[in-house]
Design a protein around this ligand. Structure first.
Ligand code: NI
Length: 265
C-alpha cells in the first residue's frame, strides 16, 4: 500500500467518527483554502500487541523516524512524534497509556480486550477498528478512571485526530481569526487552558474543536459516546525559515481534554 493511499483511508476513518472535520474542510474550501495536514494523532495502550512500537514499525516502512518523545505525567501517557524524510508528509503523533499506573481492574480489562484474539497489527491499523468486544458497563468502568482508556476501548486503533496547519491558510491572519470563524459557524471550541494553547515563545500555538459524538455498538447495544475533534496548529520558526516541528506537552495536555465531554443520554 502506498503511503498516500493509507492517508486517504485514515482520513475516511477519521471523518466517520468526526463529521465536524469534513464540514470544516468544506467551509475552508469554500473560502478558497486548501488544507494542509500538520499531524495525525493516534492513541493506544502499553501492551506488546498494540503499543506505540508497533505503530513506529508500521510508519518506518514509509521513511518515518522518531524525532521527539514526551511524557504526560498527570494523564499517565507516553508519546512520540515521527517525521518523514519528505517534509510534505504530515507528522505522526502516537501516545500510549501507562497501563501499569492504573488499577488492576482496568489493567485486566485492557489485557482481556487487547489479547482476546491473535491479530496482525498492520491489518488492524489499516482496518481502523478493534477486534475485541466490550460491554457498555465495561466502557463506563474504564471511563471512571481514564477518558483516554475508554476512548481506545470504544473506538479501537484509528486516527484520533488530524490537524490543520494554519501557516498554510492564506485568508486568516492567525489562530484567533480562524477560531472566530469556526465559532461563527457554530463549532464549539475547547476552552480548557484558554482557546489558544501555547504562544510564539514556545514556537507553537494550537486550538481544537470539542469532540463530536457517535453511536457505537457495545455487544449488541448502541450507545452515544464521545468520538474525536479537529485540531489547528500554527508553527513559528526556530531559526530563519525553519519551523518548529515538535510538540509542547503543556499545550497537548489541554488538547487531550477535547474528548472530555459529558454526553446527554
Ligand atoms: Ni494533535
Amino acid at each position: 500500500m502506498k503511503l498516500n493511499d493509507y492517508f486517504q483511508i485514515a482520513w475516511d476513518q477519521y471523518i466517520e467518527t468526526t463529521p465536524s472535520a469534513k464540514k470544516i474542510n468544506d467551509l475552508l474550501s469554500q473560502r478558497g483554502e486548501s488544507v494542509v495536514n500538520d499531524h495525525i494523532a493516534f492513541r493506544t495502550f502499553d501492551n506488546h500487541a498494540l503499543c506505540m512500537d508497533r505503530f513506529i514499525e508500521f510508519f518506518k516502512q514509509y521513511d518515518y523516524e522518531v524525532c521527539g518523545d514526551y511524557v504526560f505525567e498527570e494523564k499517565k501517557l507516553d508519546a512520540v512524534h515521527l517525521e518523514n524524510k519528505d517534509k510534505a508528509c504530515p507528522k505522526i503523533f502516537i501516545s500510549q497509556l501507562q497501563n501499569n499506573n492504573f488499577s488492576k481492574k482496568l489493567q485486566r480489562l485492557i489485557k482481556e480486550c487487547v489479547e482476546s484474539e491473535d491479530f496482525d497489527f498492520n491489518e488492524l491499523l489499516i482496518s481502523g477498528s478493534k477486534n475485541w468486544h466490550i460491554s457498555y458497563d465495561q466502557y463506563q468502568m474504564a471511563l471512571e478512571e481514564s477518558e483516554y482508556a475508554a476512548w481506545v476501548l470504544a473506538h479501537g486503533i484509528r486516527p484520533n485526530h488530524f490537524t490543520v496547519l494554519v501557516n498554510e491558510l492564506s485568508s486568516f491572519s492567525g489562530l484567533g481569526e480562524l477560531n472566530s470563524f469556526l465559532k461563527e459557524n457554530d463549532f464549539e471550541m475547547n476552552t480548557s487552558g484558554g482557546e489558544i494553547k501555547g504562544n510564539p515563545a514556545v514556537y507553537l500555538e494550537q486550538s481544537s474543536t470539542m469532540a463530536d459524538s457517535i453511536h457505537v455498538d457495545f455487544d449488541g447495544e448502541t450507545h452515544q459516546v464521545v468520538s474525536c475533534y479537529y485540531e489547528f496548529a500554527k508553527r513559528y520558526p526556530i531559526k530563519e525559515d525553519i519551523l518548529f516541528q515538535g510538540f509542547v506537552t503543556s499545550s497537548a495536555d489541554r488538547i487531550f481534554e477535547s474528548t472530555n465531554k459529558v454526553i446527554d443520554k
